[in-house]
Write a protein that binds this ligand. Structure first.
Ligand code: FEO
Length: 390
């Protein structure tokens, strides 16, 4: 386990979690990394740590460069345990190290997790000289916890951005210039959609705070380091924060005997005819977090469920819980579903989707038992009409 040099005197000393497949419900099919960075200057500095089970991996990487007991400064940009879990361990070795975190929320959260390890709170614009280099701290509250901050190191112009611009993407390559770049963008989008999306307004403020700074390298706390593609990842973040739409439509459903599925296809036909690119997601096969990532830039979403025991299907309830918590982009919606008797599910879906961010395109669509060809044509015609009236 060796450190990886990323710039003169700056090393990646994190951990690769090849087997991570679930990050509180978010399916991480590519694993992840927990990125910690070591700076060799007059003050030996560690930026963030790793998830607790990976503490020995981090220690081995630090030890390949320097005696870890010599660390003078530890910066905790974010107290979530995937970055702070190894903090007590490294502090027990680097006993003279001072731990810096955001004044207020950062110190509070670290104290709640680990007790008093002697934290020093830092405020917006505060600086810390490491010798030849200086760290400037920029709070980024709610991107995505109250305590988040980023640290800019000059004169190297390296931004330690923590979760911002991260990707759950395990790889041996550390840089955007070496990795499978399309995969890095896919994972950056999925990460934003499933972690950061509810806090678009705060993310916009963070981007504005960073906009005047010269940044040559972005070192996030997950995934690859951005060097040659900084304008591209910044532009993607700007477009997501601006809630820009594409021409896709998310049609999400579960089905028992293919009746709700047939309704989904009728809705698909209407959107196709109107020039959109509908994408269908059967919840039996598709993971919520992939749908959330795809649907982020869709203007329309349709959600369908058969009625099962007077309720929507549990898979649909699970998706709606995820969607309601994460959706940050205003959408028009269609609720639909089939039933044998009772028939409560379409109205339940309709009510569940109603929110300041989501407005119904049309009343809930319901069909008893198996929809006839005429009924499916009518569904498509009703959706087309509703779209024309937009
Ligand atoms: Fe990667 Fe919010 O922790």
């Amino acid at each position: 386990m060796k450190a990886m040099r990323i710039a003169e005197g700056v090393y990646w000393v994190g951990a690769i979690d090849w087997n991570l497949r679930n990050f509180h419900g978010y399916e991480t099919e590519k694993g992840s990394t927990y990125n910690a960075y070591l700076i060799i200057d007059e003050k030996i500095t560690l930026i963030d740590t790793v998830k607790e089970p990976f503490k020995e991996e981090m220690l081995a990487r630090i030890s390949s460069v320097i005696d870890p007991a010599k660390i003078d400064v530890i910066v905790s940009n974010h107290a979530e345990p995937d970055h702070s879990g190894a903090l007590p361990y490294i502090k027990s070795i680097a006993q003279n190290a001072t731990i810096y975190a955001a004044a207020g929320a950062g110190v509070k959260d670290l104290t709640a997790y680990f007790g008093d390890l002697g934290y020093v709170g830092v405020k917006a614009g505060e600086t810390l000289s490491l010798g030849k280099r200086t760290l400037t701290f920029v709070p980024t509250p709610m991107v995505h916890w109250p305590d988040n901050m980023v640290s800019l190191m000059t004169p190297d112009n390296i931004l330690f951005s923590n979760d911002a611009f991260g990707q759950h993407y395990a790889s041996d390559e550390r840089f955007d210039t070496e990795c499978d770049l399309p995969e890095a963008y896919i994972q950056a989008r999925k990460y934003y959609a499933n972690i950061v999306q509810p806090y678009g307004m705060q993310t916009g403020k963070a981007l504005a705070a960073l906009s005047g700074l010269k940044i040559d390298t972005i070192c996030p706390s997950h995934g690859v380091i951005w060097t040659q593609h900084i304008p591209d990842i910044l532009a993607l973040y700007q477009s997501w924060v601006a809630n820009e739409y594409d021409d896709t439509v998310a049609i999400v459903y579960d089905t028992m005997w293919h009746s709700t599925e047939a309704m989904a296809h009728a809705i698909e036909n209407a959107f196709l005819a109107a020039g959109y690119k509908p994408r269908l997601y059967n919840l039996h096969y598709c993971h919520n977090s992939d749908i959330i990532a795809d649907a982020m830039t869709a203007k329309y979403i349709a959600v369908g469920s058969p009625t099962l025991n007077n309720n929507m299907m549990p898979s649909v309830a699970s998706f709606l819980t995820n969607f309601k918590g994460l959706n940050g982009n205003k959408k028009k919606y269609i609720a639909f579903g089939s039933y044998g008797w009772g028939g409560q599910s379409p109205d339940q879906v309709y009510e569940a989707l109603k929110s300041p961010k989501c407005e119904a395109l049309m009343p809930a669509v319901k069909i008893a038992y198996k929809p006839s060809a005429e009924q499916l044509e009518k569904i498509a015609a009703d959706v087309s009409e509703a779209l024309k009236n937009e």
